[in-house]
Design a binder for this molecule. Structure first.
Ligand code: ARG
Length: 539
C-alpha cells in the first residue's frame, strides 16, 4: 500500500528548455499513469518524453492490462502530460505521498480561473505581437483558453491535486488539447509573475465589487434620513448620555466612515493596478517581451519596475486586507450599537423580522442574530491582516512558496466582508426607530447641560466657570429629582446672575439639539445641509 501510494506521486518532469529539443515546459522521467480502469502502469522508467522505453516487466504488465506497447506508450505520454508536475527533472527520489495534498492549492485557487485565462490571453497576444509565437498560434491558444474557461465556469472541468494549482491545470489542459502550441504559452513568464498578476486582477475586481456594495450601504443610510427627519437621539460618550443629535446625524456618521473605506480602497487600487506580468521567475527574461502591451491589455496603469520586487511583493494583499478590516470595524460597531439599541433596556429600534430569529426554548425571544454574526464574522476579516503580515515578514527575496498561503487570507477577508455588506443595506433600510420609546426618555441624562454651559459662555461667562456653574445645577437637579428646565429662573439666577428668561430657549433636549449650529454638528440645520449634500452625492 505504502509503496503503491508512493509511486502514485512519482511523476518527475525534466525541465524543458535546456534538456529537451522541443520548446516544452517539461518532459518526464519515472512514468506513472493510471489506466482507465484505475490500475497503475509502472512499467516505464524513462528519462525523456521522447525516449519512452519499456522496462523489465513491461510485457507482462501490458499483457495483463491488454495494452500494446505503443498504446501504452501513447497513454503514458498523454497521461503524463496531464498529470506531471512542471518541475522535478532533477529529482532522484519519489515525493512523500502526503506532499501532494500538502502542497496543492487548487482546492482554494481554482476561483482564479477567469483572471488566469484573462492574463494568459493578454500574454499570448503580446507573444504574437513580438513574434515569439505566430498569429495562428495565438488564435489557437486564445480560443482554447476560452473553451477551458467556459468549461471550468460550467463545472465541467475536473481538478486534481497532482496538478497543484489553477495555473498548471489550465496550462496542462491547453497542452493536452493543442500540444506544442500550448507548450509555448508560458514563454517569457513564470508562475511567480503569473500568480501575482492573477491576484492583482482578482483584487482589482474585488475592490470594484466592494465599492459598489459600500455605495449600497451608504444609500441605505442616506435613505433613512428623510423618514427619520425630526427624530432626536441621545448622543453618547463612554456609553453615557452626552448631547442630543438628529437621528440623521447618526446615519450620516456611518456614511462618512464608509466614504473613507471607499477612498481607502480606491487608493489601494492604485498600487494593485501595477502590472507584474513579464517579471518571470524573479529576474525577468532574455526574450524580447513587451510588458507595456500586456499591462495595457489587462487595464493596468503601469508596469512594475523591478522583477525581484514583483516576485516577493504581497503588500497589495495586506493593504487590501487592511481596507476590508476597517470596513469590518465599521460594520461591527454599527452592529454592536444596534444590538444595544434592540435590547429591552434601550428599546430604540425594531429590526426587520427577516433579519432576526427566535429562540427554541424562550417563546418571547427575538434575537439580533444577523447583526451578531456580522459582528462575529468581522473577526475573520481582521484576522487576514496579521496573517499576511506574519506570512511575509520573514521572507527573503524573491518568491517563496509560503506565499501560496496568501490567497487563503485574502479570500477569507473578501468573502466574509462581501457577505456582510450584502446583507447590511436591507437591515439598515428595514429597521424602524421606536420614536415613542426614544422620546419618552429623551429628557433623562441632562442632554442639555452643555447647551446651558454654552448659553453662559455667550453671556460672557468664562468656559471653565460656566462648566462649574452647570455642574452645580445638575447636582441640584439630581438631589431634587428634576430636570434643568424644571428649575425656576430664581434658582438659575442664584447660580449665575447673568441667566435670563431666554435660558428656557436652550433648556430641554429638543432645544439643546436645535442650538447646535457649527458645521458638521448634530443640530437641525447643519444636519439638513449634510443630508442634502449626501443625497446629491448619492445621485
Ligand atoms: N500555487 C503557487 C502559489 O500560489 C503558484 C506559484 C508557484 N511558483 C513556484 N515557484 N512554485 O504561490
Amino acid at each position: 500500500m505504502g509503496r503503491q501510494r508512493a509511486s502514485a506521486n512519482c511523476l518527475r518532469p525534466i525541465r524543458g528548455f535546456s534538456e529537451s529539443r522541443e520548446l516544452i515546459p517539461w518532459a518526464y522521467a519515472h512514468g506513472q499513469v493510471l489506466s482507465p480502469s484505475g490500475l497503475k502502469h509502472n512499467c516505464f522508467k524513462t528519462k525523456r518524453s521522447d525516449d519512452v522505453r519499456p522496462q523489465v516487466g513491461h510485457t507482462e504488465h501490458c499483457k495483463k492490462h491488454a495494452l500494446t506497447y505503443s498504446a501504452h506508450r501513447l497513454k503514458l505520454t498523454e497521461e503524463n502530460e496531464k498529470m506531471a508536475k512542471a518541475w522535478g527533472g532533477r529529482f532522484q527520489q519519489e515525493t512523500d505521498p502526503r506532499v501532494e495534498s500538502f502542497t496543492e492549492s487548487i482546492s482554494f485557487d481554482s476561483r482564479l480561473f477567469e483572471v488566469d485565462v484573462r492574463g494568459s490571453i493578454a500574454h499570448a497576444t503580446m507573444l504574437a505581437s513580438v513574434g515569439l509565437i505566430s498569429e495562428a498560434e495565438r488564435d489557437q491558444i486564445c480560443q482554447t483558453l476560452k473553451t477551458i474557461r467556459d468549461e471550468i465556469a460550467a463545472g465541467n472541468f475536473p481538478f486534481q491535486a497532482a496538478l497543484e494549482d489553477i495555473h498548471m491545470h489550465i496550462e496542462s489542459a491547453l497542452i493536452e488539447r493543442i500540444g506544442d502550441v500550448g507548450r509555448k504559452l508560458h514563454t517569457g513568464r513564470s508562475r511567480n509573475d503569473q500568480v501575482s498578476t492573477d491576484l492583482k486582477l482578482y483584487v482589482r475586481d474585488a475592490i470594484d465589487e466592494l465599492d459598489a456594495l459600500l455605495l449600497d450601504v451608504q444609500r441605505a443610510f442616506v435613505g433613512r434620513c428623510e423618514q427619520d427627519a425630526g427624530v432626536v437621539l441621545p448622543g453618547y460618550t463612554h456609553m453615557q448620555r452626552a448631547q442630543p443629535v438628529q437621528a440623521a446625524h447618526y446615519w450620516l456618521a456611518y456614511c462618512e466612515k464608509i466614504q473613507r473605506d471607499r477612498d481607502r480602497l480606491a487608493d489601494c487600487r492604485k498600487r494593485v493596478n501595477v502590472c507584474p506580468l513579464g517579471s518571470a521567475a524573479l529576474a525577468g527574461t532574455s526574450l524580447p517581451i513587451d510588458r507595456e502591451m500586456t499591462a495595457q491589455l489587462l487595464g493596468f496603469d503601469s508596469v512594475a519596475g523591478n522583477s525581484l520586487d514583483v516576485s516577493s511583493d504581497r503588500d497589495y494583499l495586506t493593504e487590501f486586507a487592511f481596507c476590508t478590516s476597517l470596513i469590518a470595524t465599521h460594520l461591527s460597531t454599527w452592529c454592536e450599537e444596534w444590538i444595544i439599541w434592540f435590547t429591552t433596556e434601550f428599546g430604540f429600534i425594531k429590526l426587520p423580522d427577516a433579519y432576526t430569529t427566535g429562540s427554541s426554548i424562550m417563546p418571547q425571544k427575538r434575537n439580533p442574530d444577523v447583526l451578531e454574526l456580522i459582528r462575529g464574522k468581522t473577526a475573520r476579516v481582521m484576522a487576514a491582516v496579521p496573517q499576511l503580515l506574519l506570512l511575509t515578514k520573514s521572507l527573503p527575496m524573491a518568491y517563496n512558496r509560503d506565499l501560496q498561503e496568501d490567497k487563503l487570507a485574502m479570500f477569507a477577508a473578501f468573502d466574509t466582508i462581501k457577505a456582510c455588506l450584502e446583507l447590511t443595506p436591507a437591515i439598515v433600510a428595514g429597521a424602524e426607530l421606536n420614536r415613542e420609546q426614544i422620546a419618552s426618555r429623551l429628557e433623562d441624562g441632562f442632554l442639555d447641560a452643555t447647551a446651558l454651559m454654552e448659553y453662559l459662555i455667550k453671556k460672557g461667562v468664562p468656559m471653565r466657570t460656566g462648566h462649574g456653574t452647570v455642574g452645580k445645577l445638575v447636582a441640584k437637579c439630581e438631589a431634587a429629582n428634576c430636570r434643568l428646565k424644571d428649575l425656576s429662573l430664581a434658582d438659575l439666577q442664584e447660580a449665575c446672575e447673568l441667566i435670563e428668561e431666554d435660558v428656557y430657549g436652550v433648556l430641554g433636549t429638543e432645544n439643546a439639539m436645535k442650538a447646535l449650529q457649527s458645521y458638521g454638528s448634530g443640530g437641525e440645520q447643519p444636519v439638513a445641509d449634510r443630508v442634502r449634500a449626501w443625497q446629491a452625492a448619492m445621485g
